[in-house]
Design a binder for this molecule. Structure first.
Ligand code: SAM
Length: 227
């Protein structure tokens, strides 16, 4: 049984895709896609030996070693030209790490692949990387599972330069318009946390006025979106 988070990621993988799942751990996502015949070719990339052997065990248990190819590699180095990859999933990591993997793996990107990214935190860093490398955000999703809120960002290479405002990079261009109940509760929680920081700072003897002002600005930005 796949988590709701990974199931939602899987919905963005188009049938017949040649997929690379980077940082796959148990390979649950590519196994699910292969079992459901959504993909018939997948590269399963892992930088660490433990998770790679988890992946190999699960894939062979399911009898999918002819479809899914586990490889020990750092980021997109798992991909070879012959794979003809046209979809890349990177899920369950921080936005900084996802951006680093994309940055360091640029020689592996042909511009033909759909990127399906699920950062646990630091979504703005991922969106900024995409914008700076001329990727257009095609879709976004937000979901809640086990008291965690996750965002999924899919992107494709654009023929023209891409521009997003600071507000769009922070909140997500589509999520910002959609304003779903989960989105509202994510930013309400974020606001509460910032408010707590302010309260603690006010109680402290040495007030850091510039920092406080910055946090107050962040609170105001959130208010403009969720009010
Ligand atoms: N993608 C799965 C998911 O969403 O459930 C597993 C997420 S797990 C928290 C993150 C995995 O990424 C770990 O197994 C880790 O070894 C792997 N990882 C971290 N940095 C990596 C890199 N540069 N290249 C490949 N895998 C990496």
């Amino acid at each position: 049984h796949l988590s709701k988070r990974l199931e939602t990621v899987s919905e963005h993988v188009e049938p017949g895709s040649r997929l690379a799942d980077i940082g796959s751990d148990h390979a649950y996502l590519p196994i699910y896609l292969a079992k459901n015949k959504i993909i018939n070719y997948g590269v399963v990339g892992e930088v660490a030996r433990g998770p790679l052997s988890n992946a190999i065990n699960e894939i062979s248990k399911e009898g999918l070693l002819d479809i899914l190819h586990p490889r020990l590699a750092d980021g997109l180095a798992a991909i070879e030209a012959d794979d003809q990859i046209n979809a890349i999933t990177i899920a369950g990591m921080g936005g900084i790490l996802i951006s680093q993997i994309l940055e360091n793996g640029q020689d592996k990107l042909t511009g033909q692949e759909k990127l399906i990214l699920q950062p646990n935190v630091g979504e703005n860093i991922v969106r900024t990387w995409l914008m700076n490398h001329q990727y257009f955000i095609k879709a976004e999703q937000i979901l809640e599972e086990d008291h965690h809120i996750y965002e999924i960002i899919t992107a494709v290479k654009s023929a023209q330069p891409v521009g997003y405002s600071a507000k769009q990079l922070k909140f997500g261009p589509y999520l910002l318009i959609e304003k779903s109940p989960i989105f509202i509760s994510k930013w309400r929680e974020e606001r509460q946390q910032l408010q707590r920081v302010i309260s603690n700072m006010k109680r402290a003897t040495h007030e850091d006025k510039p920092k406080m002002k910055k946090i107050e600005q962040q609170i105001q930005e959130i208010d403009e979106v969720i009010d």
